[in-house]
Design a protein around this ligand. Sequence first.
Ligand code: ZN
Length: 174
Amino acid sequence: MNRRMLLQTMALLPLLPALRVLASSPENTPHMTDISFTPLDHAHDYWRDKVSADAWHILFEEGTEPAGSSPLDKIYEPGTYVCAACHLPLFLSDDKFDSKTGWPSFTQPIADTMGTKRDYKLIWPRTEYHCARCGGHQGHVFNDGPPPRGERWCNNGLALRFIPAEQPLPELRG
Ligand SMILES: [Zn+2]
């Protein structure tokens, strides 16, 4: 194997689907909030008049917005990213990074705010994640993110609302 082939092979390694089990260390300590919640059990139609048609498609039909289409991809101001449907805070700006994928990307969600499941819509299985309160699909998590956690939470901008730090968080709804 020549050097070029080796580099090409190495470039594919981050695409491997398995999520590493992270060793517990201070850098890996998840961010917490003091918001507690119980999961909702609404039919998907409940949310139709509360979000845009495009956002509803992503959240409740597991759609994906085109890369580079979300203004949130380029936002790095301090603040909180809440679920576009139920307003549960899901990500903090401290954990946002430029993945250059065209989707808003984070190194971790706020602790205990996401449910995950495997999906098989592409050649490789991926780990889908969704808001743990309303069940709305948010994105997929990959293991090619920056250290120390090594995770890349690749999110649809339409599934989030950005709340700048100087503004109060919206009330949970639903
Ligand atoms: Zn939600």
